[in-house]
Design a protein around this ligand. Structure first.
Ligand code: ASP
Ligand code: MG
Length: 607
C-alpha cells in the first residue's frame, strides 16, 4: 500500500490527550500497511499567542523575526507527537522544514514553496519510520549554501499548503486534512442549520467557494492539489467518518521546481463562439431576472455569462451570453418578454433588446488572485495596450472574464499570455474529464456580508479606463471582488460613457471611494458612490455547465422571497447575486433550499 500524507490542524493537536489520539490514528494507518508522513500545525491557538507576544513588544516587528518566532509553534508539536508515537512503540522521527529541505522564496511571512527535497524523506520511510514534519515553514536558501539559511513561513493557515506540497513531491496516494469539522458543508451551518456534509467536491468548485471553505482548507493548497492531481480528503480527527473528498483532475505532467504557483494567473481560457443579448432598462424590482431566465430555461436555452449592473434611476441592465448557434432563439424569447417589463403597466419605458454576434469570451483564472490586488487591473491594462475594447466584465473568486469582439480574440490572448507569463492555456481539465451531466448542478451556497458596492458613474467608453480605475485601487492594496461593467452606454458631457460597479471589503470602501473620486476629473468620470449595506449570495457547481435553467432557479427563489437583485455576476461554475444586506441570510436560506442542498442530519461545528 502506498504513502499517505496526513495533516492535523491546531485543534486536532491542541492538548496532550489530542496528540495521543492523533498518534493512535497514525499508528492505525501504519498497521493498515501504509507509509505515513504527518504534517502538523502549532497546538491550538498558540500561533495567535505568539503573534500577540510580538505585538506587545513591537507595533511593527521585523518580518524575519516574526518567522523566527512563529515557526517555533510547529516545532513543539512535531517533537511531542513523535514522542507520543514512540510511546506506542511506533518508530517515528520529527523534522523541521529546514531538515526536510522545503525550499521557499525569501519573502518572509508569506513565502511560497519553490522545491522540496525528497532524499531524506525517502530514507526515513525506508527505515520504516513515520515522519512528522513541521507545517507552515521552510527555508529560503538551498541547504548547500549553509551560511545563509533563513527560516520562512508560508502565511497563516499555511500548514495545509505544506501537506499538499509534500504529497505532490512524494507522489502520495492521497493527502488527508484532519480538522475539527466533519468535512466540507453545503453552506455555513451557523446560518443555514440544515447544511449538509458533502461526500465530494472538485478542486475548481472548492476554489470558487473559497469564502465558504477557506477556513477548512487553504486555497493555495487546493490549487497545488489540482495542479499535481492530488486527492484531498477533509475529515474530522474526532470521528472515523469518511469526510469530504476533494477531487483533482488528471494533471498535466509538470516539474516540481517552482512547485507553488508564483503567478496569480495560471490559465487563460477563451471561447470564440459566443453571442450577447442585452436587455436595457428593465425595472428594478424583484422577479425580473427570474422572468427572463425562467423563460429561457423553459425553452431549454443554455446561458453562459450573466451580468446585471448597477442601475440608474429605477431601471437595470441585464446581459448574458449564449452559444452563437442559439442567438436567434434567445433573442426572440427576450424580445417577447421585453414589452411585459415595464415599471408600471401603463408606462412607456419598455425594455430594449440589443444583440451582438461574433463575440469572444476571454478569461484569466487562478487561485493566486484571491485577495491579491491588481490582477484584474493587469488584465484590463494589457487589453488596453493591445487596443482591445472590453464589452462585458464579470468576475468570480478565481476568474475574471471579459467579452471582446471575436476578431480581436487572438490579439487579446497573445497579449494576456505575455502579460501573465502563461505559455500554455490548458483547458480546465475538471470540466472536460469529469462528466458534468452526472454531477449536481449546485454543490454549495455561500454568503458574504463583508463587501461594499462601489459605483463609478459615467466612465468614458474607451480602452484603458477600466485598467486605470482598478490600478488606482490596486496601488492602494485594495482587493476587488466582483466587477461589472454596465451594458448601457449613454452620452454624458459630449462623450459615450458607461457605469462600472465593483465590490470591495467594507473596511476599504471609504478609502476606495476617496481615491477614485480624487481621480475623477483626470479620468473623466463623474461621481463615485458606496453602498455598504449589501450581501453577496453565491452558488457553485460544475454540473451547471451546459445545463439550462440553473440561474433561473436561483433568481426564482429570490423572487419568491421578494428579494430584489442589485447585481449579478457569473463564471462557468458560479452565480453570484448582490442583494440588500438585511435580506442576505434569508437569500442564502431560500437559495440553499431551492437547490435541495439540505441534509437530514444536523452537522455540529465548533464555534
Ligand atoms: N500555525 C499556523 C497558523 O496558525 C499555520 C497553520 O496552522 O496552518 O496560521
Ligand atoms: Mg487551517
Amino acid at each position: 500500500m502506498g504513502l499517505i500524507v496526513q495533516k492535523y490542524g491546531g485543534t486536532s493537536v491542541g492538548s496532550v490527550e489530542r496528540i495521543q489520539a492523533v498518534a493512535a490514528r497514525i499508528q492505525a494507518t501504519v498497521q493498515e500497511g501504509h507509509s505515513v508522513i504527518v504534517v502538523v500545525s502549532a497546538m491550538g491557538k498558540s500561533t495567535d499567542g505568539l503573534v500577540q507576544l510580538a505585538n506587545e513588544i513591537s507595533s511593527n516587528p521585523s518580518r524575519r523575526e516574526m518567522d523566527m518566532l512563529l515557526s517555533t509553534g510547529e516545532q513543539v508539536t512535531i517533537a511531542l507527537l513523535s514522542m507520543a508515537l514512540h510511546e506506542r512503540g511506533q518508530a517515528a522521527i520529527s523534522l523541521t522544514g529546514a531538515q526536510v529541505g522545503i525550499v521557499t522564496e525569501a519573502d518572509h511571512t508569506r513565502a511560497r514553496i519553490l522545491d522540496i527535497k525528497t532524499n531524506r524523506l525517502k530514507r526515513h520511510l525506508e527505515e520504516g519510520k513515520v515522519i512528522v514534519v513541521a507545517g507552515f515553514q521552510g527555508t529560503s536558501r538551498s541547504l548547500e549554501q549553509t551560511d545563509h539559511i533563513e527560516i520562512t513561513t508560508l502565511g497563516r493557515g499555511g500548514s495545509d499548503t505544506s501537506a499538499v506540497a509534500l504529497a505532490a513531491a512524494m507522489q502520495a496516494e492521497k493527502c488527508e486534512i484532519y480538522t475539527d469539522v466533519p468535512g466540507i458543508l453545503t453552506s455555513d451551518p451557523r446560518v443555514v442549520p440544515d447544511a449538509r456534509l458533502m461526500d465530494e467536491i472538485t478542486c475548481d468548485e472548492m476554489l470558487e467557494l473559497a469564502s465558504l471553505g477557506a477556513s477548512v482548507l487553504h486555497p493555495r493548497a487546493v490549487e497545488i492539489a489540482r495542479n499535481y492531481g492530488i486527492t484531498l480528503v477533509v475529515r474530522s480527527s474526532w470521528t472515523n467518518q469518511p469526510g469530504t473528498k476533494v477531487i483533482a483532475p488528471i494533471p498535466q505532467p509538470r516539474p516540481l521546481e517552482g512547485l507553488e504557483i508564483a503567478n496569480p494567473v495560471d490559465a487563460i481560457e477563451f471561447d470564440t463562439n459566443q453571442a450577447k443579448v442585452a436587455l436595457l432598462r428593465v425595472p428594478d424590482r424583484p422577479g425580473v431576472a427570474a422572468q427572463v431566465f425562467g423563460e429561457l430555461a423553459t425553452q431549454q436555452l443554455n446561458v453562459d455569462l450573466i451580468i446585471q449592473s448597477i442601475h440608474e434611476g429605477n431601471s437595470n441592465d441585464v446581459a448574458f451570453t449564449v452559444n452563437s448557434g442559439i442567438l436567434k432563439q434567445a433573442e426572440s424569447v427576450t424580445a417577447h418578454i421585453a414589452p411585459m417589463l415595464r415599471s408600471t403597466p401603463a408606462a412607456q419605458d419598455e425594455a430594449e433588446v440589443q444583440t451582438s454576434d461574433n463575440i469572444a469570451k476571454i478569461s484569466i483564472a487562478g487561485a493566486g488572485m484571491i485577495g491579491r490586488p491588481g490582477v484584474a487591473a493587469g488584465m484590463f491594462s494589457a487589453l488596453a495596450e493591445a487596443r482591445v475594447n472590453i464589452q462585458m466584465i464579470s468576475t468570480s473568486e478565481v476568474k475574471v472574464s471579459c467579452t471582446v469582439a471575436a476578431t480581436e480574440c487572438d490579439r487579446a490572448i497573445q497579449t494576456l499570455c505575455r502579460h501573465f507569463n502563461v505559455t500554455t492555456s490548458p483547458a480546465r481539465l475538471d470540466q472536460d474529464s469529469i462528466k458534468t451531466q452526472n454531477l449536481p448542478p449546485v454543490r454549495g451556497a455561500a454568503l458574504d456580508l463583508e463587501q461594499a458596492q462601489l459605483a463609478i458613474r459615467h466612465v468614458p467608453d474607451k480602452p484603458g479606463l477600466a485598467a486605470r480605475i482598478f490600478q488606482i485601487l490596486a496601488d492602494r492594496g485594495i482587493s476587488v471582488d466582483m466587477i461589472i461593467q454596465s451594458q448601457r452606454s449613454r452620452v454624458h458631457q459630449g462623450q459615450m460613457t458607461r457605469d462600472i460597479a465593483c465590490t470591495v471589503a467594507q473596511d476599504n470602501a471609504a478609502i476606495a471611494r476617496d481615491v477614485l473620486q480624487a481621480a475623477a476629473l483626470e479620468l473623466g468620470y463623474s461621481e463615485v458612490t458606496i453602498d455598504s449595506a449589501i450581501a453577496k449570495v453565491s452558488v457553485v457547481g460544475i454540473g451547471m455547465i451546459h445545463r439550462p435553467g440553473i440561474a433561473a432557479i436561483m433568481f426564482q427563489a429570490l423572487s419568491a422571497a421578494n428579494i430584489n437583485i442589485q447585481m449579478i455576476a457569473t463564471s462557468e461554475i458560479k452565480i453570484s447575486c448582490v442583494v440588500r444586506q438585511e435580506q442576505g441570510v434569508e437569500a442564502l436560506k431560500v437559495v440553499h433550499s431551492a437547490f435541495k442542498l439540505a441534509g437530514t442530519e444536523v452537522v455540529v461545528v465548533p464555534v
